[in-house]
Design a protein around this ligand. Structure first.
Ligand code: UDP
Length: 495
């Protein structure tokens, strides 16, 4: 059964809404789900977050500190049944699931339905709403067994979701033989070109097992009682409205949820999503020594990684750009001796100007520092929105999944980004090409975002204006703030 349940659950107020969060246990889904739970709790809701062991470990410091500050948020651990699911022992968060086990991992998580349900029945107060990741279709059964509504949680933007919906709904790729041939996204006012390789649709359908999962997920999605999305109305009003209309569904936009942490202390923010590979204070001291807007932050998120050749090109490009940089290499330990000594030598050459973080970085803490002036990103939606919230222009370098559409959002919709020009997703590569993005391209893209000049200034001005809108959205009277209040009151327990 579940471990680690807290004892004084009786303190929860009975009239409050009680949201049960079932996040997908990958940082890009987990982190915004936890932030959303904390935000709902600041509006008086009770939240229970269900997670596997490794998942709970990654977010426990954040949840504990929120509870110490008076919020009613509970993190409950549920062990996976490895034998039943045919899954290797200990594999329990997407960041430690080998890709060939991904499908059975999702089945293993689905087996948590019954333990989660029993736990919720045994611990008052009774839940009033399930908020589950769109990748957990089985939570429709959990919600209906409990007799409560279910909201689907998306850590994606409405623009991306609407594009994906429209290419499927209007069969945009029908008769298009080449996966790399650009087609226009149907049903939108502006013209956006995508390829099937970049934007295949809502779900990966690479095998019968995934096909079945995609269909189940779509059915579950259609049955949801609404959608919670980490974005904000003012950034993409036509796409939020368009997606709500297309799906005939109520949408609560609640982002940028990373701004929850603007009220907290640095230590709590640094712990967001994982234990960091660098001391947060050391990192801040390093940034304190730099001019405002001078540092470029480089990270590919929690899943994407640069292979050996690509890492070296990227490093040489950053060095050649002449700009100070913080470069996060989450998979540094996987590189062979040659790459490791390349990195050590680079680090020595750029000492004082370049900071390498080998492992997890306190990303939002870094992005919020005045010295940081740009972000080379893989365009994961959280990273993209965190850049927006920090008022930073971006260099866009998508790798896979929704990242190509997020790049379009940054470059073509918001006009705050410069693309490095990747056209094909990495997972479609039959073999790794000599060099994906050359050092010269990296250098040029960094210079154009970080350098002076009219275009760069205007891009930065647009990014700052957007950040002001983002902050307004989460403040009293703002759209996201209002949506959170609405959720907390609409799903209150009947008393
Ligand atoms: N993140 C972080 N430190 C890291 C890498 C990632 O704090 O070293 C956080 C980042 O701030 C974001 C999330 O992890 O909130 C990654 O989500 P995103 O959607 O950007 O990318 P994904 O990891 O899903 O590809």
């Amino acid at each position: 059964g579940p471990g680690d349940a807290d004892d004084d659950i009786g303190r929860r107020t009975h009239a409050a809404a009680h949201f049960v969060f079932v996040p997908l246990m990958a940082q890009g889904h987990l982190i915004p789900a936890v932030d959303t739970a904390l935000l709902l709790a600041t509006h008086g809701a009770v939240c229970t977050i269900a997670g596997t062991r490794a998942t709970a470990a990654r977010v426990r410091p954040t949840v504990d500190s929120a509870r110490q500050s008076g919020l009613t948020v509970w993190l409950v651990e549920f062990p996976l049944d490895y034998a039943e699911a045919g899954l290797p022992e200990g594999v329990d968060n997407v960041d430690n699931v080998p890709v060939e086990h991904m499908r059975s991992y999702l089945d293993a998580v689905a087996l948590l339905r019954s333990p989660i349900e029993s736990y919720l029945r045994a611990h008052a107060p009774y839940p009033t709403c399930v908020v589950s990741d769109f990748c957990h279709p089985w939570t429709t059964v959990l919600a209906s067994n409990l007799g409560v509504p279910r909201l689907s949680f998306f850590s994606m933007c409405a623009f991306c979701l609407l594009c994906q919906h429209n290419v499927e709904r209007f069969n945009a790729y029908e008769g298009v033989a080449d996966d790399n041939e650009p087609v226009v996204v149907p049903g939108l006012e502006k013209t956006f070109l995508v390829t099937r390789a970049q934007a295949p649709g809502c779900f990966f359908r690479g095998s019968p097992a995934w096909e079945e999962f995609a269909d189940y997920t779509e059915r579950a999605q259609a049955e949801a009682d609404g959608v919670i999305m980490n974005t904000f109305e003012e950034m993409e009003p036509e796409y939020v409205a368009g997606y709500a209309a297309a799906k005939k569904m109520k949408i609560w936009t609640v982002g940028p949820v990373s701004l929850y942490h603007q009220l907290g202390d640095g230590a709590t923010l640094a712990a967001r999503g994982n234990a960091t590979a660098i001391d947060a204070d050391e990192c801040l001291r390093w940034l304190d020594g730099k001019e405002p807007d001078s540092v470029v932050y480089v990270s590919f998120g929690s899943i994407a990684r640069a292979d050996a050749k690509q890492a070296m090109e990227l490093g040489l490009g950053l060095e050649a750009s002449g700009h100070p940089f913080v470069w996060v290499l989450r998979n540094a330990h996987e590189y062979d001796e040659a790459v490791r000594s390349f990195l050590d030598e680079l680090e020595a050459r750029v000492a004082g100007r370049g900071l390498l973080i080998r492992g997890w970085a306190p990303q939002v803490l870094i992005l919020s520092h005045v010295a940081v002036g740009g972000f080379v990103t893989h365009c994961g939606w959280n990273s993209t929105l965190e850049a927006v919230a920090a008022g930073l222009p971006v260099v866009t370098w998508p790798h896979f999944s929704d990242q190509f559409l997020n790049q379009k959002m940054a470059v073509e919709v918001l006009d705050i980004g410069v693309s490095v020009g990747v056209t094909e997703p990495l997972m479609y590569r039959k073999e790794v090409k000599e060099i994906g993005v050359g050092r010269g391209v990296v250098e040029e893209a960094v210079r154009s975002v970080m350098g002076g000049g009219v275009e760069a200034e205007e891009r930065r001005r647009r990014a700052r204006a957007l950040a002001a809108k983002a902050r307004a959205a989460v403040q009293e009277g703002g759209s996201s703030h209002g949506n959170l209040l609405d959720l907390a009151s609409r799903f209150r327990a009947a008393s």
